[in-house]
Design a protein around this ligand. Structure first.
Ligand code: URA
Length: 418
């Protein structure tokens, strides 16, 4: 096969065969095709898209480029969940224990945060001692014991995606729905849970800026998951404003604990119930309404909080945080952000709030940067609320900076009061 022929086919909107796509992925992963040729093909995909069959072939070729987990030793039906990421998204820490409390198994691999978005692994590492890197056997043993575990994604999963994603970042070819779909779904299929729930976010803090694009991505990911033999479903959810009140690693763990203890309601709680119910429905536990009731009962009974506690302990972490969140890393400095005028809060821009949290140490600009686990933001007023000039809008926390002037400016910039 010849790479130029395949580039030309996609350029002329002709379909590639499964063999041709497999060949492209394998030869590129084995370094037999140079970056510039694959960049040209990726650009042709961005411009002309791929059919579902081609996207499935690309997804499976990428999945098959590395390890595929064998979860057959887990004692029941497994459900994975993926969020396309955002600001303040701590749902995995909540819905994993909730779904497990309702009798499904949740073996989850997660990533780290980059830029304005957070990552579940960073949040978990804010718990003293919590080990995110476990052998497959340790991972499966914990899932069998508590129903739930989150570890960091194994470096051996989908090496083709690692290479292709880096190249897409460098060649302006990230924003293609079939390429995003293949990248996400190859990793999900390599984890190989029986069912997959996708939480596709749209809005300012999300990868997909509009509802329509998020819906398109959700639809194709669901189709590809189903074509690959998985029970797969998606929800399209709002990321125009941050999720919940707390942003930042330890702060988000604390908020997740509060939700699991039944002490918070609001949008985050509602979304967690919906996501948990969807996971349970996928796993055949009943219809959406009865699954939602089961999820709510798992919180009020304390069973879900108990599962989080046991899981943290089995990961070597300080499980006392579930009963005393002051044992999480505490910030040395704080700074209040006050309203500069009176009016109604019309907008809280997720991306700007995410960038503010980055400035105060809660996130990383580059993959190798370290994180201040205690840093973050507590949102004191909600979108739609009336505020007076001088009212407290946000509190910023950090142990790594004392000069909050730039963060204060960005924080104010994120909030529109009219
Ligand atoms: N997340 C991924 O893992 N891949 C993409 O292409 C986009 C977001």
């Amino acid at each position: 096969m010849n790479c130029c022929d395949l580039i030309n086919k996609t350029k002329r909107k002709k379909k590639l065969t499964e063999n041709e796509i497999q060949w492209l992925v394998n030869e590129y992963t084995n370094e037999n095709i140079p970056d510039y040729q694959i960049s040209a093909w990726l650009m042709a995909v961005c411009l002309n898209s791929l059919s579902d069959d081609e996207t499935l072939a690309l997804t499976l070729a990428m999945r098959n480029s590395g390890d595929i987990l064998d979860l057959s030793n887990i004692n029941g039906i497994t459900v994975d969940k993926h969020s396309t990421g955002g600001v303040g998204d701590k749902t995995s820490l909540i819905i994993g224990p909730v779904a497990a409390a309702c009798g499904v198994y949740v073996p989850k691999m997660s990533g780290r945060g980059l830029g304005h978005t957070g990552g579940t692994i960073d949040k978990l590492e804010s718990i003293n001692g919590y080990r995110t890197e476990l052998s497959l056997n340790e991972f499966i043993n914990i899932v069998n014991k508590t129903g739930f575990s989150i570890v960091s994604q194994s470096g051996k999963l989908c090496p083709a995606d690692k290479k292709l994603y880096a190249l897409r970042n460098a060649s302006g070819t990230v924003d293609s729905i079939p390429l995003i779909c293949a990248s996400i779904m190859s990793k999900k299929l390599a984890v190989s849970a029986d069912c997959i729930l996708l939480d596709v976010k749209y809005g300012s803090g999300a990868f997909m800026k509009t509802y329509d694009d998020a819906k398109k991505l959700a639809d194709i990911m669901t189709r590809i998951g189903n074509m690959a033999g998985k029970k797969c479903s998606a929800m399209v959810t709002d990321m125009n404003i941050p999720l919940g009140r707390n942003i930042g690693n330890a702060l988000e763990v604390a908020e997740a604990v509060e939700i699991l203890k039944g002490r918070c309601n609001g949008k985050l709680y509602d979304l967690c119930l919906d996501l948990s119910a969807k996971m349970l429905e996928l796993a055949g536990k009943g219809d959406f309404t009865s699954c939602k009731q089961m999820a709510s009962d798992a919180i009020t009974s304390g069973k879900a909080a108990g599962i989080l506690e046991k899981t943290i302990e089995l990961h070597g972490g300080d499980a006392r945080i579930v009963n005393d969140t002051s044992l999480l890393p505490q910030p040395r400095y704080s700074h209040n952000v006050y309203a500069e005028k009176s009016g109604i809060i019309q907008k809280m821009d997720s991306e700007e709030i995410g960038m503010t949290s980055l400035i105060i140490g809660a996130g990383r600009k580059n993959k190798a940067d370290s994180i201040d686990m205690s840093a973050g933001i507590i949102i004191e007023k909600e979108c739609g609320e009336h505020v007076q000039k001088g009212d407290l809008l946000l509190t910023l926390y950090s142990s790594s900076i004392t000069d909050f002037s730039e963060a204060n400016r960005r924080a104010l910039n994120s909030i529109t009061i009219e």
